[in-house]
Design a protein around this ligand. Structure first.
Ligand code: C5P
Length: 404
């Protein structure tokens, strides 16, 4: 079988930070796993590392100038933007992050980022105070909302002597994020279906009922399952997130559509993780034209939407079922009721409200199963998803020892 990695074309953008000294190692690791790596450097990057070094390790001429006629004749910047399967900016400085967030196109790398359709990942690297600055944080939030994947930064000692968040992730970690060959075997051979995001229930042609779910937890779970070797189908309500290449994504709007997509995908699946915040009610009848504001008060008749997870739980021979319970109070009690009533194998419960849960990057979970529970402390949803997937694999293997 040809590995996916062997055809992967990665455009590595290097910007001007001290962590650029690690770039040759990153290029080497990506190439070792079969990727083609085209390096593009900013002026700042050239202060830290030479083109010659990167050309030698990448095996391709390094690009740095927007107006380099000879290089443009070989492959113009738009062609370069189309060539890439994935763009990784590592290290990504505060300045480059700001330019990317604002859509600048005043050098080759920023222009490529605007012109490409390829997914973009950034590995921030900067002094901890610069990383913590509200301007940088606002830029990072904006980029994430646009689907840019932010890898790191890590915490630790910095070149400037400070200690804190701002170190670039190590080349091995970055290569692991980018290359599908790095997938573990924990869940290989397993097909997993994941629901994510909110649903949208129409009231009339312009209005709908929905909720604050961002889809971040579901997307993180789908990524972690994929990284653990599972085949993943992600059934998502309307969200502003990109899924990793390799994950099959089905976009839906309503609870009915989500149920239909889930049922068709579950036919040959062994695992179902329901992270979606499915709207509990929909308009009993959807108005065909816009409802006018003529009356002083208006009542809307609502009808229940299908409970997707409970429907799957009640089916003959259900897959391994993992539910989520977002609760404002009595978290444990409510989670345990759902574990039993929806016939789940596991439920991951978290407190929402008071700034917790929805639309945040961090979360904390308590996971319950029949006969056990585990606390997962407040951390990034991606890290949390990895811990959760580890636990899912443990419980799944215990239930199906023959699949070990
Ligand atoms: O909304 P509730 O607290 O009951 O959600 C618990 C679990 O059930 C979650 O995993 C959610 O994705 C799932 N659910 C569902 N369909 C619904 C409501 C909830 O799949 N209509």
């Amino acid at each position: 079988m040809t590995s996916l990695a062997s055809t992967r074309k990665i455009l590595l953008g290097i910007t001007g930070g001290i962590a650029a000294y690690k770039s040759p190692d990153l290029v080497r690791r990506l190439r070792e796993q079969g990727a083609q790596v085209q390096v593009v450097m900013t002026r700042g990057a050239q202060e830290f590392i030479t083109e010659q070094t990167l050309q030698a390790v990448s095996g391709l001429p390094v690009r740095s100038e927007l107006w380099d006629h000879a290089a443009e004749a070989a492959m113009g910047h738009i062609e370069l933007a189309r060539w890439a399967d994935e763009i990784l900016i590592a290290p990504a400085t505060a300045d480059f992050i700001a330019r990317l967030a604002n859509g600048f196109a005043n050098d080759l790398l920023s222009t490529l980022c605007l012109a490409t359709r390829a997914p973009i990942s950034i590995a921030p690297a900067m002094n901890q105070a610069m990383w913590a600055h509200p301007a940088t944080q606002a830029n990072v939030v904006l980029l994430k909302q646009r689907g840019v994947r932010v890898l790191g930064p890590a915490e630790g000692e910095q070149a400037c002597g400070d200690v804190g968040l701002g170190r670039m992730l190590e080349p091995a970690e970055l290569a692991a994020w980018l290359m599908p060959t790095q997938r573990e075997k924990l869940l290989s051979g397993i097909k997993a279906v994941v629901t994510a995001g909110p649903t949208r229930e129409r009231i009339d042609p312009v209005r709908f009922i929905t909720n604050r779910s961002s889809g971040k937890m579901g997307f993180a779970v789908a990524e972690a399952l994929y990284a653990a070797g599972a085949e993943v189908v992600l059934v998502s309500g309307p969200v502003h997130l990109n899924a990793l290449a390799g994950i099959e994504r089905i976009n839906v709007e309503t609870a009915d559509e989500m149920l239909a997509a889930v049922q068709s995908q579950l036919v040959n699946a062994q695992l179902f993780v329901a992270t979606a915040a499915v709207s509990d009610y929909r308009a009993a009848t959807v108005a065909t034209s816009k409802i006018k504001k003529t009356a002083d008060a208006l009542s809307l008749d609502l009808a229940r939407t299908p409970d997707i997870l409970a429907t799957v739980g009640a089916s003959v021979n259900p897959p391994f079922l993992v539910g989520f319970a977002a609760e404002t109070d009595n978290v444990e009690c409510n989670a345990l009721i759902k574990l039993n009533s929806k016939r789940l194998d596991m439920i991951a419960a978290n407190k929402v409200g008071d700034g917790l849960g929805f639309d945040k990057d961090d979360n904390a979970l308590t996971v319950y199963w029949h006969g056990g529970q585990r606390e997962m402390c407040l951390c990034n949803k991606r890290d949390l998803a990895k811990q959760l997937v580890q636990l899912i694999a443990e419980r799944y293997r215990e239930k199906h020892p023959a699949s070990n």
